[in-house]
Design a protein around this ligand. Structure first.
Ligand SMILES: CC(C)(COP(=O)(O)OP(=O)(O)OC[C@H]1O[C@@H](n2cnc3c(N)ncnc32)[C@H](O)[C@@H]1OP(=O)(O)O)[C@@H](O)C(=O)NCCC(=O)NCCS
Length: 192
């Protein structure tokens, strides 16, 4: 089932096939970047425990998680709309292409355009935000391409491979979003 159809990737339900990839994904280089430099080895048992704790939490996190699947059916990562507040109409975005072979090929931007459009047009959010560490060049470039504004820089927050990194917070307001079709044309994004 396709929930949101892109040019290079489709966003689909994040089901068991994705969960089966988590042990490999959460222990590879993608997690280093997504977790701002942590290199924690996660056992299957620990992951199961975390899943149970999340399911049993009194106040589960609000949000939506999509699985990212290429057009040839390869599962490559997940994109989330997190900490969603219906009252403030604000949400955080999470972006993870967990298969490094797919980095830098436009897949993440294709997926992000889908998620942003969905969050503004269907969930009626007015503000989206995302944070990353200052050495994450792919995210910095992607944020610039998609039109997010760097809003805050928290100094020396994340220790990544022995180097202190700042945390950069990016925001995008609904009235700054020209819509997915315009962004696709602007970026020259094409199906392969
Ligand atoms: C961040 C992420 C989702 C971006 O998706 P992606 O598919 O790699 O991104 P895209 O290819 O669409 O765009 C990345 C841009 O960064 C550029 N880029 C790639 N590697 C780069 C590098 N080392 N230095 C600078 N720019 C780089 C790409 O060339 C591209 O720009 P361009 O279109 O002008 O050429 C993906 O790389 C990822 O999941 N990384 C690991 C986890 C992570 O960092 N998550 C984000 C946490 S906030």
């Amino acid at each position: 089932m396709i929930l949101l159809e892109g040019l290079l990737v489709d966003l689909v339900p994040y089901g068991r096939a994705f969960q089966a990839r988590e042990h490999a994904w959460y222990n590879n280089e993608s997690m280093f970047w997504a977790s701002m430099g942590e290199r924690e080895l996660l056992t299957r048992a620990r992951m199961e425990q975390q899943r149970r704790e999340e399911a049993e939490a009194d106040q589960p996190e609000t949000g939506v998680t999509f699985g990212a699947r290429t057009k040839d059916g390869t599962l490559i990562g997940l994109f989330g709309i997190n900490f969603l507040s219906c009252y403030h109409r604000v949400a955080n975005l999470g972006a993870m292409i967990n298969e490094p072979a797919y980095w830098g090929g436009g897949y993440g931007t294709d997926a992000l355009l889908l998620v942003v459009d969905y969050a503004f047009d269907w969930l009626d959010m007015r503000r989206l935000w995302l944070d990353t560490m200052s050495s994450n060049a792919r995210v910095l470039r992607q944020m610039q391409k998609v039109g997010f504004t760097p809003e805050a820089r928290l100094r020396s927050v994340a220790l990544a491979d022995g180097q202190w990194n700042d945390e950069v917070v990016f925001g995008l307001m609904r009235d700054e979003w020209p819509g997915r079709d315009t962004m696709i044309a602007r970026l020259g994004l094409r199906a392969r």
